[in-house]
Design a protein around this ligand. Structure first.
Ligand SMILES: NC(=O)C1=CN([C@@H]2O[C@H](COP(=O)(O)OP(=O)(O)OC[C@H]3O[C@@H](n4cnc5c(N)ncnc54)[C@H](O)[C@@H]3O)[C@@H](O)[C@H]2O)C=CC1
Ligand SMILES: CC(=O)N[C@@H]1[C@@H](OP(=O)(O)OP(=O)(O)OC[C@H]2O[C@@H](n3ccc(=O)[nH]c3=O)[C@H](O)[C@@H]2O)O[C@H](C(=O)O)[C@@H](O)[C@@H]1O
Length: 514
């Protein structure tokens, strides 16, 4: 870190942190006293919490969003982001105190600000190449208002090399400034929906990487005030961009490994989840959780930030993507097999034996419980596979309207009024705890997340003795293999009249799978 460099004067109209001749100590004082206006571009699930913490720290934040309804909501001191503890109150306080305001006018905000923070979506185009048009449009707005000494901070996840090769030239071209007159750093969002304020305030070290050393230093000043955790400067912006993308690729590859091992549960007749959780007792083993797929616009997208441009072969990363993208169809394939077996094995009379004749309800459309985001949600793949198989598909989700995703919406309350042949539990929203499973007509339940036990309080025996035929992808963490109903040890012992202890969680009853 550069030692305190004595800087004699403070230019009028607020200072820029980049370069100049104000001491770092004084820069911190000015930053936290509202003397350095900040603009945050993108007020979504990440941008709104981020702008609120910036406001809490600096007292002078203008949030920019292209969605007028988002801006109007924030101007009222309200939050449009659900499921973020503390966010609604923080937004209300900061807006009420005049420390946070919102606008749709990006160029005007850029004129005023001396720190510009970019947190708009970085998506993929239809060829799975990174789509940076949104980021570039914001950077052009910023460039038009950029002044010498300004600092631009990119928090949107970017393909490595983007700050150096795309954003810096854009900023120079639109501002007329030379490199070295303004700062640009990549400071990735290590933030997950549901814990955004905690994460932004310092759950993890904050990575900072500038296009030059002065950019890195200036960004360290900012995050030294914003975060309670360490600030970790890395060699340059490209290294920081790679840190973020590597984190995401690590997750995607490891989720794919968990899915591949989870699929073995059926033929091995075990709970692969139990085996993986047990393997994770070793510190060097961190197997993830199998599931019906990988959603959100982060983990499924980030591998493509490398795959689309790397000259090096990246077979493992590519294959992992293919494994995860195959999971919705795997779940539907397992459901098809369970339907065929339901009547013979479990006497579930009246249940369709073929998907083409089945009515199926998809539980959970968003990609994660409590998060209003459906991009790349596994539920979309499940819906497609069910529809392609000819099933009549309904959907339940407390945060989004299933009709927007091509399925008939059903409310939780109305579920028991219908008779479904099957249910696929994709995303276990908290609201599903209220689901009265015993009030539903007997059906096949495909539990993609091993969530039924948590949602219902059922143990392995309750689940296997329920009126439904339950299939748990990858088996259950309580040790039950994936499929069907088995003679439970407890019921066998009941018949034998013994009073042996009920099956301890996590141990199988050794019964024969059907
Ligand atoms: N969602 C997550 O868990 C995380 C996301 N990120 C990064 O943050 C980015 C944003 O994520 P979210 O906040 O979840 O996205 P989001 O979709 O919830 O919000 C994006 C916001 O940006 C606004 N927007 C779009 N174009 C704009 C423009 N030209 N100018 C100003 N605002 C514009 C949209 O109206 C929307 O309100 C992601 O693409 C990713 O790169 C990083 C860490 C976590
Ligand atoms: C490295 C990492 O875990 N990054 C986090 C991640 O948040 P995000 O909610 O997008 O991802 P997630 O919670 O891992 O879930 C992604 C998807 O993967 C699924 N999933 C997740 C973990 C697992 O073991 N098995 C599995 O199937 C989830 O159900 C979900 O559909 O991506 C965020 C991001 O980078 O945008 C990041 O800030 C978060 O800290």
């Amino acid at each position: 870190m550069t030692a305190d460099r004595t800087r004699a004067t403070e230019p009028d109209g607020g200072i820029g942190l980049y370069g100049g001749d104000v001491s770092e100590t004084r820069q911190r004082e000015l930053l936290t006293s509202g003397a350095i206006p900040v603009a945050v571009y993108g007020l979504g699930k990440m941008g709104l919490p981020l702008s609120a913490v910036y406001a809490e720290t600096t007292g002078a934040v203008t949030g920019v969003d292209v969605d007028p309804s988002v801006v109007e909501t924030i101007r009222r001191g309200e939050s449009h982001v659900v499921g973020e503890p503390g966010l609604a109150d923080l937004v209300a306080d900061q807006v009420d105190a005049g420390r946070l305001e919102a606008t749709t006018d990006g160029p005007a905000a850029a004129e005023q600000a001396r720190i510009h923070v970019v947190i708009v979506p970085t998506l993929l185009d239809d060829r799975n190449d990174p789509d940076l048009t949104t980021v570039e449009s914001v950077v052009d707005d910023i460039g038009a208002g950029l002044e010498p000494g300004d600092l631009v901070i990119a928090e949107s996840t970017l393909p490595p090399g983007t700050c150096r090769d795309v954003l810096a030239p854009h900023l120079a071209a639109t501002s007329g400034l030379e490199p070295g007159e303004f700062g640009l750093a990549f400071c990735p969002e290590r933030t997950a929906s549901g814990t955004a304020l905690r994460d932004i305030r310092g759950q993890y070290p904050k990575v900072v990487g500038g296009v030059d050393d002065e950019s890195t230093r200036a960004a360290c000043v900012v995050y030294g005030e914003l975060s309670d955790n360490d600030v970790h400067p890395v060699s340059d912006a490209t290294t920081a961009e790679a840190v973020k993308v590597f984190e995401g690729v690590y997750r995607d590859v490891n989720i794919a490994l968990a899915n591949e091992l989870g699929r073995l549960a059926d033929e091995l007749g075990i709970s692969a989840r139990e085996a993986m959780h047990t393997a994770n007792e070793l510190p060097m083993c961190q197997l993830h959780d199998p599931g019906p797929g990988v959603g959100g616009h982060c983990i499924p997208f980030y591998p493509h930030f490398l795959l689309s441009g790397a000259d090096e072969p990246m077979a493992l990363t590519r294959t992992a993507r293919e494994v995860n993208e195959s999971m919705p169809a795997v779940v539907v394939g397992r459901l098809e097999r369970e339907l065929a077996a339901a009547e013979v094995d479990d006497g579930l009379e009246g249940v369709a034996t073929d998907l083409a004749d089945a009515s199926v309800v998809v539980l959970g459309i968003t990609y994660r419980p409590g998060v209003e985001e459906t991009r790349a949600s596994p539920a979309l793949g499940v819906i497609d596979a069910l529809t392609d198989a000819g099933a009549d598909v309904a959907g339940v989700d407390p945060l989004v309207d299933p009709a927007d995703y091509g399925v008939r919406p059903v409310s939780l309350a109305d579920l028991s009024a219908e008779s479904f042949d099957a249910a696929v539990l994709v995303t276990p929203h908290e609201e599903f705890r209220d689901l009265e499973w015993d009030a539903l007509e007997p059906m096949v339940v495909a539990d993609g997340r091993d969530a039924l036990g948590e949602l219902t309080g059922w143990d392995a025996l309750d689940r296997h003795e329920s009126r439904h035929r339950v299939y748990t992808l990858g088996g259950s963490s309580d040790g039950s293999p994936p499929a069907g109903r088995r003679e439970s040890r407890r019921s066998t012992e009941r018949m034998a009249g013994s009073s042996a202890d009920p099956l301890e969680p996590g141990r199988t009853d050794g019964g024969d799978d059907v």
